[in-house]
Ligand binder design. Structure first.
Ligand code: AHR
Length: 818
């Protein structure tokens, strides 16, 4: 039985005002064609255009940026897997097709300077053009849709608007202007249609130029243009801030694709749009104004992430200088003026013109996304100094721990993409952090390896967040990443909410954010937990690493010859006396170079299979002068990220860099056991040992029962260590004047009885929100709430009572104070 002793009189800290928020980036076509419900894809006809600083390679299959970064392009369709999975017939104008009509892009006669092309169409009588939308143009019976297009024609012509099936005429238009003019129509759908198309048909034929075109549902969230079901799901998390607009898309992959606020405001047909890091062009229909409006609508603090003159550092960065850098700085200043300047300022006036004369909020600016290094420090300081002089109330978020260099940052944004077990093991990550500042913002957090999008992944995150809540005097903000995914355009996995044109559902983690975000309390109170521990699941046998030329013999596993199953770097050759690991060959080196960060010049051979097995491994190794002996224990690969851009990012193969979890290193009389998995504190144990170089083979062995490790040299026990573990039950308790709120996360596969002791009287009746299921359980369109929280009523609470939580579960108890 576990024990939880709660002392409400001992208040540990006030809960952070803005702990749970959301981070919204346009990835997986999350925004364009998603939360921003445009139904026509490629509405400005520019999807096939490349940014000015990129060139096409491999016949348009890919492009290469001026920095040398390559990405799939497919003529503007994006990832190859999207084309393959949705059976797209590629055209030169993505999403657009014609029948008895000729279409071409015209760059000489466009709607405005921002539009690089228009669509010139020559219709035969009865000819039509078609748009296939974002995998279909959906129609819901009874819903009203608004259509508009900027078009012109030398001669008057009639057009029919058909949406859904070929015969569903929704409206008729008469084009009579020789200059671009906006033509509008609205209609109410008579039928449901899931995989329909949009057609523009000319009964009599004619020549038409279209400068921009759009079809959207009339009814949107609070009338502000966002898709209702998705916006409501976000509102139900009760987020207190919105980090936007990215993410990597803020950085861009070239100077021209770096995000600028100015490009995302004003009438949508005047917004230039740009190719995003995540493989498609955005038309920025949800721009700076719309993000701020959404914040206002659901009571979130906007946290604007700006580019600080650096393109994506993970994708061959470029540092902007001189005028280019000044322009980026001016762009942020203008963005802030747009948000909070009075209507008599240049940008405040545009906000007023866009329908919002009163200022929005703007209290947080993050300078850069995932930027680091000297170049970042310089730029951070320039941005910080200039912005804070003009807007002293703003709190600044840095991407790295600049305070260590004496640079002022109010908040530092840390990102954690890990496994469920890592999160469960690291609930105390922030316990020892300085309380003197800066505050910590967990801007991007999620389980991306292992139990991705499954119940156990959500439990790992929930366990971690009990630790975050216990330390919310230092971790003051957090958001899951990424947030949204159109299932037909997945570029990353997992994502908190998944949707298609008709429906949306939350993955199990969504319900954790909802449960935690809806049950905050006012103070974190003292709570002591006694519970059993679960050893980190480990698998795999041994490996040898280090420099080429390592000599060994007699490798045994449980007394039998242990075979080398992987020669990752280097080869094992047999001599009369021993076995030796040679230099890696060219193919291995090439493989290693392809995996970023792989250490060249090292060898790695693996014994046995990636299975979880108790047993004993033994080997004789010849120590040579200057050589460090490195034995990998439970050698297995770090599970690949469930990142699905598989053509350009294949799942990681065996690699010197991704061996985990333990390395046993012996050199010059010292022995050290290292946990590759641990953040910050990788050394599990250090010990002294006696080894004579060049003289004789020494006998190294380890024994394990999967909970503990015993390591021997020449029969002498050198290390005896527990395999790292995590608590079965993870808890945090908060209270208000009226309630005690107890969060309980059971990572264990058994139900837990918890003896709860309180220092105050509570009502016997209490409620519990419970989420539980099988380890691998997930939600789907068919079963959208297979894993979710359910509310239950109990009675029997008191100063001392027992509550039972299900196996593999998250529970929030709400006890009423008496
Ligand atoms: O959330 C997906 C990406 O992960 C973000 O764009 C980036 O900041 C991080 O690397």
């Amino acid at each position: 039985m576990s024990k939880l002793t709660i002392c409400t009189k001992n208040k540990k800290m006030k809960v952070a005002d803005n702990l749970y928020g959301i981070f919204l980036e346009d990835i997986n076509r999350a925004v364009d064609g998603g939360l921003y419900p445009e139904l026509l894809r490629n509405r400005s006809f520019e999807d096939s255009l490349l940014p000015v600083d990129c060139t096409l390679v491999d016949d348009g299959y890919a492009f290469e940026s001026c920095t040398g970064w390559r990405d799939e392009f497919n003529g503007g369709e994006g990832l190859t897997k999207w084309v393959r999975e949705s059976n797209i017939v590629k055209t030169s104008i993505p999403a657009w097709y014609s029948h008895k009509a000729e279409m071409k892009l015209d760059d000489s006669d466009t709607l405005n300077v921002q539009r690089k092309v228009s669509l010139a169409v020559g219709f035969d009588a009865g000819g039509r053009i078609e748009n296939i939308g974002f995998c279909g143009v959906p129609q819901k019976v009874g819903e009203t849709y608004n259509f508009y297009m900027f078009a012109k024609s030398e001669k008057p012509m009639k057009l029919q608007l058909i949406v859904g099936n070929e015969n569903d005429i929704c409206a008729e238009l008469e084009i009579h202007s020789v200059e671009y003019q906006c033509y509008r129509a609205s209609y109410t759908a008579k039928k449901n249609c899931k995989d329909g198309k949009f057609y523009l048909l000319s009964p009599e034929g004619g020549e038409l130029h279209i400068g921009f075109i759009s079809l959207m549902p009339a009814e949107t969230f609070r009338g502000h243009g966002l898709r209702r079901d998705i916006a409501e799901m976000l509102e139900n998390i009760h987020p207190s801030f919105l980090r936007f607009p990215g993410g990597c898309i803020v950085e861009g992959f070239t100077p021209s694709t770096a995000m600028r606020f100015k490009d995302t405001v004003g009438p949508v047909w005047e917004r230039p749009g740009h190719l995003l890091m995540w493989h498609y062009r955005s038309f920025d229909g949800m721009g700076f104004h719309e993000y701020l409006q959404f914040c206002e609508d659901i009571g979130m603090e906007p946290l604007y992430v700006c580019n600080c003159g650096i393109t994506c550092q993970a994708r061959k960065e470029m540092f902007m200088t001189g005028q280019a850098l000044d322009e980026m700085l001016q762009d942020v200043l203008d963005a802030i003026e747009y948000a909070i300047g009075t209507p008599d300022t240049k940008w405040g006036a545009l906000r007023a013109k866009m329908g919002h004369p009163a200022p929005f909020k703007m209290n947080y600016i993050e300078i850069g996304n995932e930027n680091w290094g000297l170049e970042y420090e310089e730029r951070y300081q320039i941005f910080h100094k200039t912005i804070s002089q003009k807007y002293p109330h703003i709190k600044f978020v840095a991407n790295s721990h600049l305070e260590k260099k004496g640079i002022s940052a109010d908040i530092v944004d840390e990102h954690y993409y890990e496994t469920a077990e890592w999160f469960a093991e690291n609930t105390d990550l922030f316990h020892d952090r300085s309380r003197k500042g800066p505050e910590i913002f967990l801007g991007e957090v999620s389980v991306v390896r292992g139990y991705v999008g499954q119940l156990y992944g959500a439990l790992g995150e929930a366990a971690f967040f009990t630790g975050v809540e216990r330390n919310q005097d230092v971790v003051t903000m957090a958001s899951y990443a990424p947030l949204l995914e159109n299932v037909h355009y997945q570029a990353w996995s997992p994502n908190l909410i998944r949707f298609d044109n008709f429906a949306s559902f939350g993955i199990p983690s969504y319900y954790i954010w909802k449960m935690f975000g809806s049950n905050r309390g006012d103070f974190v109170v003292d709570a002591q937990t006694e519970t059993r521990r679960i050893a980190r699941p480990v698998k795999g046998m041994a490996s040898l690493l280090g420099k080429p030329g390592l000599k060994f013999k007699n490798p045994l596993w449980n007394g039998s010859m242990a075979t080398v199953t992987q020669e990752v770097m280097g080869h094992v050759i047999l001599t009369e006396q021993n076995m030796e690991i040679t230099e890696p060959d060219e193919e291995q080196l090439e493989e290693s170079r392809r995996h970023n960060g792989a250490k060249l010049g090292e060898v790695l051979v693996v014994f046995g299979e990636e299975k979880a097995e108790a047993g004993c491994f033994q080997i004789d190794i010849l120590p040579e002068k200057g050589r460090e002996i490195v034995i990998g224990i439970f050698t297995s690969r770090i599970p690949p990220m469930a990142y699905v851009n598989d053509e350009t990012h294949p799942p990681k193969a065996w690699n010197v860099e991704n061996v985990q979890p333990f390395l046993w290193k012996i050199k010059s009389g010292s022995s050290c056991l290292i946990d590759q998995f641990a953040p910050g504190k990788p050394v599990l144990e250090k010990a002294i040992c006696s080894i004579k170089a060049d003289r004789m083979y020494h006998h190294f062995s380890y024994k394990t029962d999967l909970k503990k490790l015993w390591l021997y040299i020449d029969g002498e026990l050198i290390h005896e260590v527990m395999i790292p573990s995590f608590a079965a039950l993870n808890t945090v308790v908060t209270d208000t004047e009226e309630e005690v709120i107890v969060k309980l996360v059971n990572m264990g596969e058994e139900e837990e009885n918890i003896a709860i002791n309180l220092d105050c009287e509570v009502e016997s009746e209490y409620c519990a929100y419970v989420l539980t299921g099988e380890k691998l359980a997930e939600n789907s369109f068919e079963k959208p709430e297979h894993v979710r929280d359910w509310k239950y009523q109990f009675c029997g609470a008191g100063r001392s009572f027992t509550h039972t939580v299900p196996r593999l579960s998250v529970t929030v108890l709400v006890l009423k104070k008496r």
